[in-house]
Design a protein. Structure first.
Ligand SMILES: *[C@@H]1O[C@H](CO)[C@@H](O)[C@H](O)[C@H]1NC(C)=O
Ligand SMILES: [Cu+2]
Length: 182
């Protein structure tokens, strides 16, 4: 009996680790890179991705013409680059996504943001998807930002409910397994 329970416990630990998140590097705009020539619909590009904390973005562009500025939600909407949170000008900028929520980027060259050179990167926590009784397959944790601009996003209330449920389920399994031992 004890052996079987240890084996079960090992199985669960292996399951948990096998679902552990490995980070991804995204080249913004794929082969077209970071451009204002209307080649890429960056919001469409971003909407097909599932960004997590620990992932990396690469902005590749000709720095004679472009740059990358991280701005607030409000400045993103109005294409205002005058009070950027961070700015990058190398032409091959690597940016690691360190927190959940929205990262708003735009090109600060005149007219480029208005021409569509802007992207809203929504970052979620790197939770092993196989442990989640997910109400939404595309975005298990939804947005952590209250100022979400996307109307089809999950409501914050459904995002907070799943975390305690996972913890409770995991704790129940652990207590159950240990209970057999003592
Ligand atoms: C851009 O933002 C700055 C600082 O927040 C502000 O002073 C300025 O009026 C804004 N410009 C426009 C065109 O909204
Ligand atoms: Cu530009």
């Amino acid at each position: 009996m004890a052996f079987r329970n240890i084996a079960t416990l090992v199985f669960f630990v292996v399951m948990a680790f096998s679902g552990a998140y490995s980070s991804v590097v995204y080249r913004v705009g794929d082969s077209d890179g970071w451009t204002s020539r209307g080649l890429v619909d960056y919001n469409k590009w971003a909407s097909t991705k599932d960004f997590h904390v620990g992932d990396t973005l690469i902005f590749a562009y000709n720095n004679q013409f472009h740059n990358v500025m991280q701005v607030s939600d409000q400045d993103f909407e109005s294409c205002n680059a005058t009070s950027a949170i961070s700015s990058y000008t190398s032409g091959s900028d690597t940016i690691t996504l360190k927190r959940p929520g929205h990262y708003y980027f735009l090109c600060g060259a005149p007219g480029h943001c208005q021409a569509g050179q802007k992207v809203d990167i929504k970052v979620s926590l790197p939770v092993p998807e196989n442990l989640i009784p997910s109400p939404s397959p595309s975005s298990p944790y939804g947005s952590s930002s209250p100022s979400a601009s996307n109307p089809v996003e999950m409501s914050p209330s459904s995002t907070v409910s799943s975390a305690p449920a996972i913890g409770l389920a995991f704790a129940t399994v652990v207590v159950f397994l240990l209970g057999f031992e003592f």
